[in-house]
Design a protein around this ligand. Sequence first.
Ligand code: NDP
Length: 246
Amino acid sequence: MKRIALVTGGMGGLGEAICMKLAALGYKVITTYSPGNSKASQWLADMERQGYNFQAYPCDVADYDAAQACVTQITKELGPIDVLVNNAGITRDTTFKKMDKTDWDAVIRTNLDSVFNMTKPVCDAMTERGWGRIINISSVNGQKGAFGQTNYSAAKAGMHGFTKALALEVARKGVTVNTISPGYIGTKMVMAIPAEVLDSKIIPQIPMGRLGKPEEVAGLVAYLASDEAAFVTGANIAINGGQHMQ
Ligand code: NDP
């Protein structure tokens, strides 16, 4: 029987690569997308043309009730979730001086509350079945902080605190909980940064001298989802071209 993987934000740059990798490894892959995403059916059709048969559910991951309803529906229609990848995220960058409560709340709710919202309805079922993988996509900027990202750095650092605490609670029940902290990966979130900032400020901070590729992060997700990774839990794995070595 195929294992079921749920990837939030699977239609984004990293999420798409994660969905493709897990599908290639034989998982049944389900993704969520924002209810307002008008390109969802086009994305599904494009994927189908490339041979991928993904299931997609609209769900605002920042909304607790919507997340519970979405997971209930998925479980009813397709079965229990074996692998949860909390990948959906946003940025609202600005200096702390200019940051308003709306920027703060949006980023905390979408990047951090979402991890609680989505993990809550899957975790007990995983521990009852004695197997599960929860993989949280954080960021190098949650490890080191970043100028103009007090909201994002706080949310991403918070994800790892969550990871470590939950990993302790479920360690004896066959469920692992880990964080991946990517550096700058060439997706649209990063390509939205002005080219001159990328070239003059960001690439020079990366010892490898290049952006990461979504497939490189997807490979790490696949490892953490596998049976081979059964002894890895509560970890925060950096994948950043050597940008932040701590
Ligand atoms: P994208 O902007 O390409 O994708 C983000 C995804 O999150 C989209 O699919 C979007 O769905 C989804 N999403 C956003 N808000 C919501 C919401 N409220 N409810 C449901 N889905 C939502 O970003 P990336 O692929 O680059 O980033 C993926 C993750 O990786 C994020 O958590 C990001 O912080 C993290 N990351 C990325 C790095 C990078 O360099 N790219 C570096 C480090 C971390 P929709 O389009 O339907 O709104």
